[in-house]
Design a protein around this ligand. Sequence first.
Ligand code: M6R
Length: 615
Amino acid sequence: MCGIVGYIGKQKASPILLEGLKRLEYRGYDSAGLTVHQNARLETVKKTGRVDHLVRAVDGQSLSGRLGISHTRWATHGSVTDANAHPHLSSDGRISIVHNGVIENHRNIKRFLVAQGYSFCSETDSEVLANLISYHYEKETARDQTRFVESVRKALKHIEGTFGIAVLCAECPDQLLGARRGSPLIVGIGDGEYLLASDVAAVISRTQNVVYLKDNEIVALCPDNFSISTINLEDVDPIVSRIDWSIDEVELGAHPHFMEKEIFEQPTALENSMRGRFAADGSTANFGGLNLSPQEWRQVDRLLFCACGTAWHACLVAEYLIERYARIPVEVEYASEFRYRNAPLEKNTLVFVISQSGETIDTLAALREAQRKGFRTLAITNVVGSTIAREADGGIYQHVGPEIGVASTKAFTSQILLSAMVALYLGRLRDMSYTDGVGLAEALKGVPALVDRILRENGHIQEIARRYSGYEDMLFLGRQSMFPIALEGALKLKEISYIHAEGYPAAEMKHGPIALISDRCPSVFLAPQTETFHKVLANIQEIKARNGKVIAVASESAPFPEGLADDRIVLPDAHEALHPILATIPVQLLSYYIAVERGLDVDKPRNLAKSVTVE
Ligand code: M6R
């Protein structure tokens, strides 16, 4: 949440900051702003609305400085106004700060600073930190380069809460400072320049070499060098990593929206998630980073999966797959609940977290809570070097490339695919036969081609979406592993189309939701060919008897009665383990086309941000 970009180097800072902000806009889009250091002054421009508003506001201003910071905001403290937009200046005009996170003790600090004569012009917690740094700068006895960094260090020692910050000082024309606790921040090492950013998308056009800051680290960037230390004054040896994403992956290309691009990238993304991960004998999966021997896996009696949002739906699918194919009991918890619930866990439980970004604060907190209790933790994440990837005891990278659309698509299907591969791996360590292992592995290898087929044959889904785009309520229904896909279909529709939608196990419908059915509330049934197929047909009939419209997503050769559904979307026949991935594609397309039909901003739905790094 919130995107930060900072620059120090030989180029004019403002165009580089604006380009970086555009690439980070998916992290928040309530307002945007920048400060450029020039002529011993901090020139600040900020505006509510999208980065494009800021671009227009900056246009025509002579911002020639080569040092600057910038921010795109997802509002936490204070409404969406120009005054609450970042950067925030200390009241003496000396310090400018951009901040991602929440300063929990900001009220007490503000009271103290007001008593010291500092004034405030926003409702934000972040302005408090700008003034606190200025207060310590004033009091600092050092008069050399260390004065600025020491004042930041001292200020941060008083902060309770989370922060990723970039800071400028009017009196320090050669210093850009950054620090983090709980909110991500990376250093991009360019050719004669350095960047600070919330994630790699902002720096990728200028460098592929980055340093991932850890919690409680402060980085001091000068034009020719940089150093990292901790808030407690320990020096840190920076580890430079190479980003394996390319610039094309963060650009739209010929697509109107990132969501469409990412839906259509799924065959390749799924191929990349699987690459090199099947054993030579073809009967099981191989994962390099789980850091557990087969003997240690045999000691695991139970798995607990934690995540948020779409990733939580992937956990529910994992539960079906792992219990079915590996016969290991699985529990699924919302990370935000697990972290405070103090659930009693059995001794030989292994905790798995799933997070595309690897930065979701609740998922990270759940991971830490599990580790604190002494449980071994594993993570499925997409972003290399993310906090969750670094802190888990082992894990699996998804390798689907950057996901920019706020609505998660390719990350979700990849999380399901990797869960199926974990099920295969664990099944083969237990009771799955060689032949069944080969059968499941072969089926999984075929998933990219099947997804590709659904995408190529999707024309009529657009037409169906057009006809259903005017409804304000919708139900998504499915049994067994289709239940999480029903939840995911409803979430997708809600978040990008603003249509009220709910997902239910199809059999639960009769216990309440059926009261919603009328000609104004259509249902999407996820009904591939399984042992419960005929039960689902009966549920469809119950809806039809009450004048409800039905879109059925069903397998090609399933005996689906002619005329039972109002609209039918066909899935290729496939191994049952593949149904969750295959059924996801039509629901993604349906919500995408409905949102487009309603003229909505698909990639930046209202009130949302891609990565939820505040509680
Ligand atoms: O980065 P994560 O996978 O941890 O994100 C979890 C959720 O915030 C995310 O899936 C969210 O629900 C998406 N907007 C869904 O499309």
